[in-house]
Design a protein around this ligand. Structure first.
Ligand code: G1P
Length: 293
């Protein structure tokens, strides 16, 4: 079996972000910063570190700040240059994808994650691709998507990043019915979107990182509705079981669900503690505030 390289990544960024109102009233939720970097930039940098060459955003109304973020900002650059602010210049430009490496398409109706991914079908074409949900932020030595593409180079087929969650949280995620395990890989026997805790086949949940074969578009094309009356990516993947290899990867690292307020706050603290310029200050604040509180 020849395994084709993953060159393209899809970033569904059309969601409304109602859980973060009022912060997201006029700003995309993907632009919320963890320390000083928007969530979407973490996702794009992670994709690039995994060898991704083309970045496909599925946007929606009110998301133009994301396009502006991944573009030059001449006025700001000129000002910083005239003041010789090299560090700041690097902070706004050195991570920009090359011209022509970014494409945007719009999900015109909010019909679910599966529909958002389907909107990217013509830009993806007939090759394997990654999907990254910016809400899920992973702190790890080796970028999570890199761990996945390495696993994929061994297994082929579809690969999803998985982790155990408390049973009472199974109704927030796609949950695996796990088959045999080999090291950090687990075969996917079944997959169900947001099952009630008492019905969940396990507590192994999908996080927002996928390596997918283009055949998934064939199922999405049918526009079948699933959980929450939405077109679910999970259902399209479940239909691939038995058709091509399908594995869950227990990735190394800590995942923060930044779609959730507490998860977002935890991410800010954890990422700040990773930073030399902030560690001491934040650490002492956390220690003292907790004891005083
Ligand atoms: C989506 C997927 C779900 C997955 C989750 C990861 O759910 O549908 O299967 O577990 O992302 O964050 P959403 O967060 O869009 O409700």
């Amino acid at each position: 079996m020849s395994i084709r390289k993953v060159r393209k990544a899809v970033f569904p960024v059309g969601g409304l972000g109602t859980r973060f109102l009022p912060a997201t009233k006029a700003m995309p939720k993907e632009m919320l910063p963890v320390v000083d970097k928007p969530l979407i930039q973490y996702a794009v940098e992670e994709a690039r570190a995994a060898g991704i060459e083309e970045f496909i955003f599925v946007t929606g109304r009110g998301k133009s700040a994301i396009e502006d973020h991944f573009d030059q900002s001449y006025e700001l650059q000129e000002q910083l240059e005239s003041k010789n602010k090299q560090e700041e210049l690097a902070a706004i430009a050195e991570w920009l994808p090359a011209a022509g490496a970014v494409a945007y398409t719009r999900q015109m109706e909010p019909l679910g994650l599966g529909h958002a991914v389907w909107c990217a079908r013509n830009l993806v074409g007939g090759e394997p691709f990654a999907v990254l949900l910016a809400d899920d932020l992973v702190l790890s030595d080796k970028p999570c998507l890199k761990q996945m593409t390495e696993a994929y180079e061994e297994t082929g087929g579809n690969v999803v990043a998985v982790m155990d969650v408390p049973r009472e949280h199974t109704n927030r995620y796609g949950i695996l019915d796990p088959g045999p395990t080999s090291g950090s890989l687990v075969e996917v026997k079944g997959l169900v979107e947001k099952p009630d805790p008492e019905l969940a086949p396990s507590t192994l949940s999908i996080i927002g990182r996928y390596v997918l074969q283009p055949e998934v578009f064939e199922y999405l094309e049918k526009r079948e509705r699933g959980a929450g009356n939405e077109i679910q990516l999970t259902d399209a993947l479940a239909a691939q079981i038995g058709v091509s290899p399908f594995h869950g990867l227990r990735f190394e690292g800590e995942r923060f669900d930044c779609g959730d307020k507490a998860g977002f706050l935890r991410a800010n603290i954890a990422f700040a503690l990773e930073r030399e310029d902030l560690r001491e200050d934040v650490q002492s604040f956390v220690n003292n505030y907790a004891t005083e509180g």
